[in-house]
Structure formats: C-alpha cells, structure tokens
Write a protein that binds this ligand. Structure first.
Ligand code: NAP
Ligand code: F7E
Length: 323
C-alpha cells in the first residue's frame, strides 16, 4: 500500500524537493501551510494538484494535532521553521518559539495522534557554530552562535529525548547549507546568483554583501532530501550529518558566479563588509563529515560546488530574462 507523508512548511525550499521526491516514490503527500494574506506557493505550483494542503502553524498545537489526525502519516518531516539566521537576532523569541518549541509541539502532536509515525527533524550545522572540531561529525560538541542555532540545538535534543523517552522512531538530520534555484533570495548564495544574473543583463549595478571570508559546506537541496528519506527507511532511528565534505568561502561563490556569466572583474560590482549584512556573531568555517550517512545509509552528495553555482546562476539568468 502507498505510504503517506506529512511535511510541515510545504512552501519552503526543501519541502518542495522532498514532496517531488516522495511523489515519485508513490507516496501520498500532505503538506502544511500557515495562513498568509497573499498566495505563497511558488515553489510547489507545479505539484499543487498532487498534494493535499493542510493549514497549520507551529505556534498552534491544535492545528498540528489536526494535521496529523487528518493525514494519518507513516512519516512526518518537520521542515517548518524561521530559518534565516540574521533575522533570529531581530526576532529571538519568535525564532525560539517556531524553530525550538515548535518541534516539541509537533512531536507531541505525533505522540498523541500517531505515535508509530516515523519523525524527521531538520537539524542544522548552525548548531556547531564556533566549531570545536574540524570537520564536524555527529559527536562534535555544539557551540551555537545565533538565536537560530540555539533554537535548533533545543529542537535536536528534544527529538532525541522523545526517541529515548517514548521509543518514537525520531531522527535528526544535521544538514549543512544546501541551496538551489528555489533558495530564498535573502540567503547569500541566491542573493549572489540573482544579482549576478541581473548585473549580466544590465538590470542592477551593485551587489552589497557582508563577510566574504565566511566559509560554508554548500550542497544541492535536491540531493539532501534523499538523505532525509533514507534516515526514515533505516531499521533504527539515529542522527546523521549530511554534507559534501568540502568548504568554500562566500568570495569563491561570488567569483565563480560572475565567471559563469563571463565577468572576471567582479570587484567592480561588489561592496563587501556592508554593515547591514554583518552579524553580531559569525560562524566562520563549517565543513561536515558525512561518512556515517555514507556507510550506514549509502547516501552521497551528487552535485559539485561548481555545478551548484552554475545551476543557480543559469536559472536566475533565465528567470530575469523572462521578467
Ligand atoms: P525555508 O525555505 O525557509 O522554509 C521554511 C518553511 O517553514 C516555509 O514553508 C515557512 O512558511 C514555514 N514556516 C515558518 N514559520 C512557520 C510557522 N510558524 N508555522 C508553520 N510553518 C512555518 O527553509 P528550508 O531552507 O527549506 O529549510 C527547511 C528546514 O531545514 C528548516 O527547518 C531549516 O531551518 C532547516 N535547515 C535548512 C538548511 C538549509 O541550508 N536550507 C540547513 C539545515 C537546516 P512560509 O512560506 O509561510 O514562510
Ligand atoms: O549566510 C555570509 C553570512 O544567510 C551564509 C540557513 O539555511 O544554513 C543557512 O544559514 C554566510 C554567513 O546562510 C551576506 O554572514 C555575507 O556567514 O546564506 P546565509 P547561513 O547563515 O549559513 C544553515 C545551515 C541553516 O540551517 C539556516 O537555516 O554568508 N554573508 N554576506 C551573507 N549572508 C547573507 N544572508 N547575506 C549577505 O549579504
């Protein structure tokens, strides 16, 4: 019989790829959205008629319970969160409510209504923050550097706690940065790819950025959703790092993006260390060791850094040409 999945935050980047992936596997897919005054479904427009949308907010337990009751899922993917690190300093309490306590609300909804459902929590490399070990593994001590990172540590441990307390099949994927042409425009990769596309078409002349020296382990979101699914297919629930094992600076991303559109003198267009884009505390350098995901689940990243940059810049060039 076809399996059923419930994905929270269905309008987000990852959920759109995960929904496509699960539909291809024959799943019945339910996704939650929160109320908004405008339609916010761009990323799932192409599959909207194949999924069932339920209205639920991470702040509202009864709506989460109703979503689980209505969907009766075999698998729950908890992807909804306030996910922009910079905003977490402006809205620390809200970020704690959504990204931290929201996980408990979701776990409680599952425990109450469908305790045998398998549960995936979207943990983050931001939990490593000011890293105490290079590369980071499942056993590296957390040292979060933002209200977002702190909230994710809470979400991570409450997931582990429900696994140990209630014997729930609850997994936590510690995912390093993953990007795509569907990435929100406020994140640095998409901000760069979109600006470079506009600059190449004469629609923009400056790109204002913050810290160009920050290094990230960037992968492709389409590859990473497969790891989420694999975690829930394994015999036992566990936590896994999902990464590429490579790190690149923001500046490298900038250089390669400009190169993709044939511009070598990128410095002409870029303003760095713009105060608006600097953070009260920075995460300088992340690089993940995904050997556990590889050996236990058989997961590996498929998209290289240059392929990712090219994919994003080319998609933005097409998008901006069509506007
Ligand atoms: P995203 O594009 O920002 O999507 C987040 C989703 O959460 C959106 O659908 C958003 O709805 C929803 N949401 C926000 N607040 C909510 C609330 N109060 N109630 C219900 N839904 C709410 O994030 P993403 O990049 O796909 O990431 C998915 C998950 O993985 C997030 O938990 C993120 O923190 C985590 N993560 C991401 C990365 C990464 O590099 N992408 C790495 C590690 C972990 P609206 O569309 O209405 O805003
Ligand atoms: O920043 C630097 C910035 O906002 C990356 C989220 O998905 O991944 C993401 O969090 C780096 C930082 O992502 C600008 O200071 C420079 O060092 O793209 P970002 P993030 O903070 O790493 C983790 C794993 C998550 O879990 C999060 O949900 O780039 N940077 N200049 C800039 N960043 C932005 N946004 N804008 C700039 O102008």
């Amino acid at each position: 019989m076809a399996k059923t999945a419930l994905i929270t935050g269905i309008t987000g980047q990852d959920a759109s790829y995960l929904a496509e992936f699960l539909l291809n596997k024959g799943y019945k897919v339910f996704g939650t959205t929160r109320r908004s005054s405008t339609v916010n479904n761009e990323r799932i427009k192409h599959i909207e008629d194949k999924i069932e949308i339920l209205s639920a907010d991470l702040l509202d337990s009864s709506s989460l319970v109703a979503a689980v009751r209505e969907s009766q899922p075999d698998e729950v993917y908890n992807l909804a969160a306030q996910s922009f690190v910079k905003t977490s300093w402006d809205q620390p309490v809200l970020t704690g409510e959504f990204t931290g306590i929201g996980v408990t609300r979701m776990l409680e909804a599952v425990r109450t209504v469908k305790p045998d459902a398998k549960f995936y929590q979207a943990s983050s490399s931001e939990m490593f923050g000011k890293v105490v070990e290079v590369p980071q593994t499942e056993t590296t001590r957390f040292y979060p550097r933002s209200p977002y990172g702190v909230a994710k540590v809470y979400g991570h441990y409450i997931t582990l706690n429900y696994r140990e307390s209630f014997n729930m099949f609850a997994c936590s994927g510690i995912l390093f940065n993953h990007e795509s042409p569907r990435r929100g425009l406020e994140f640095v990769t998409r901000k760069i790819s979109n600006a470079v596309a506009k600059i190449s078409l004469g629609k923009q002349d400056k790109l204002e950025l913050g810290n160009l020296d920050a290094k990230r382990d960037w992968g492709f979101a389409g590859d990473y959703v497969e790891a989420m699914w694999m975690m829930l297919q394994h015999d036992t629930p566990d936590d896994y790092v999902v990464a590429t094992g490579e790190t690149h600076s923001v500046q490298e991303f900038v250089e390669l993006s400009f190169k993709t559109v044939g511009i070598e003198d990128w410095q002409k267009y870029v303003v760095s260390n713009h105060p608006k884009h600097l953070r009260p505390a920075e995460v300088d350098h992340l690089i993940g060791d995904y050997s556990k995901a590889k050996s236990v689940l058989g997961w590996e990243p498929k998209t290289s850094f240059p392929q990712l940059v090219e994919m994003m810049v080319k998609a933005d060039v097409e998008l901006e040409k069509s506007r």
